[in-house]
Design a protein around this ligand. Sequence first.
Ligand code: S6P
Ligand code: ZN
Length: 183
Amino acid sequence: MLDPFTRVINVASGDIAPDSRLVQRRLSDMKGAYAADCDGAEMVYEVFNIDVAQTNSELQTCTTRLYNGRVGNEYYMTKGHFHEVRDRSEVYLTTSGHGRLVMATEDGRYVVEEMRPGSMNYIPGGWAHRSVNVGDEPLVFFAAYIGDAGHDYGTIEDWGFPVLVVEGASGPEVVPNPRYRRT
Ligand code: S6P
Ligand code: ZN
């Protein structure tokens, strides 16, 4: 049995003290995610994980710091994934910045929700999810999900999401993804 514990989250930066496991995604890790080519060492996002046993009796928790920027007209975003165990749900709480949460089912339905400080986004089982930073500062959010969920990145790498969030003439626009399921 796990002993209770406490961590302190910097809600502005997403940093977790005293310790966490850091995953970093740079432009070079995002090849194929955008319509335009991307490469290089520039950081796109960082995930600070609090590791517990990956069982359905525990909750995995983490923060994500998604930087602001664009590749072509597409905003910086996370890779996005289904949970490997498809029916595992998740909640996000945004603590800083401004984003969109793109969610999609395997049969092509999609929902796009706002992410602002204080927004709690509930991601039901079966919905793939990707966060997009549409603001001009880092987007920071806390996530909690069922411990044995796992991550299926391959399906999204193959299919993409049904819609993209792009910079339009007067701000962010949600447009159909011309590459959806064309692999
Ligand atoms: C985990 C949760 C988030 C993401 C993180 C990075 O289930 O949805 O912590 O892992 O925002 O996104 P991605 O798609 O690279 O895992
Ligand atoms: Zn997830």
